[in-house]
Design a protein around this ligand. Sequence first.
Ligand code: FAD
Length: 396
Amino acid sequence: MSRRSYGGTLLTDEQRQICELARQFAVEELRPRIEERDEAEGQFDRSPVDQLGELGFLGMLIPEEYDGLGLDMLTYLYALEEISWGDPSVAVSMSVHNSLPTQVLLRHGSESQKDRWLKPMARGEVLGAFSLSEAGSGSDAAALQAQAIREGNTWRLRGEKLWVTNGASADLVLLMARTDTPEDRRGTRGIGAFIVPTDSAGYVPGRKERKLGLRASETLAVALEDLVLGDEHLIGEPDRGFGYALEALEGGRLGIAAQAVGIGEAALDHARDYADTRSQFGSKLREFQGIQFKLAEMATRLEAARGLMYRAAQAYTANEPRRRKLSSMAKLYASEAAMYISREAVQVFGGYGYSREYPVEKLFRDAKVTEIYEGTNEIHRLIIARELYLERGMNS
Ligand SMILES: Cc1cc2nc3c(=O)[nH]c(=O)nc-3n(C[C@H](O)[C@H](O)[C@H](O)COP(=O)(O)OP(=O)(O)OC[C@H]3O[C@@H](n4cnc5c(N)ncnc54)[C@H](O)[C@@H]3O)c2cc1C
């Protein structure tokens, strides 16, 4: 089914089957309705995400004892690439759910929290979202202001969250709020991580963002209006939520790299096929050296992005000290490659590339956000530079 080799013979039979299932889903279920979903901006269609859940794709990184598939990061990224090739707007839901709320619950949730929330999430019955960002705190995420006030055995949440992917349609949100007090601010050590059911009283989804790309994905603001939660909703220690979020985002970045690689591959496929059918000056576009150079550059950047992502996934799985730097590098390089490849694909299509009638216009719009979310590329450059000096310290 797949036209890719996935690193030649290195894949196990199980990995190959999973990749092929993901590609089949992308071809048969995602691609046929990709335009329709994009045009129906603001009306999030959860059905493809639910179908992914039925196939096990929402529990890929969860061990079998918690009803997941117990697969490794690399296999998950292979599958995510395929889903993103099918429709990046659907891939973002798969990525957020698998990388963020489920990983925090797995690593820091109690056994009863895992039974109650992680297991149905792994089975794909319950969709998870992640809420760290606010209007005043994006890159400087620890500056968040939403407040969790201690009242006996409960927490009362007040504030405004922003940019919550699936903030209305998900069932649960892993939400970061301050557990320190206004009189005694403790920075990164004053934030808790809470599991919030989206049907809780006081959880009020707001305006949906009207976006450049990923239009079939829901992104919105959420108001916390005296939302009261019992202690069982707090994950781990009350002052450690920020650390849990950052730890999960390390794996999340690899998911963004996979989304970007999927977008790049889709754009290259379309450009290659178009250059083989369109003729000008009596020759097919593919016969012009100027077009050949474009395709060669696009294909080379795509493979470089994929190779770096696989290397970063290996470092992540082996818990290598360089894993953080490699995750940032993979996200940075793959997102810029996706932007480059989709822009060049529009150019190969000429005027038709600028039209909504053809698919590369959407890919160009979708690619941009991979340079922005889960840490902007400027922030990843800062992380990479910081890690270079930390490494030198470790080696000396
Ligand atoms: C479609 C979409 C979905 C999202 N989904 C989620 C979600 O599900 N959950 C969630 O919590 N968040 C989500 N986000 C938020 C996203 O993570 C933030 O937008 C991102 O972290 C950047 O924050 P910001 O938008 O406030 O930009 P800012 O932090 O204000 O940055 C603005 C610019 O300044 C640059 N900049 C900032 N600080 C520095 C610095 N120190 N050095 C150099 N340059 C700097 C940035 O790189 C950027 O270019 C989503 C965003 C989008 C667009």
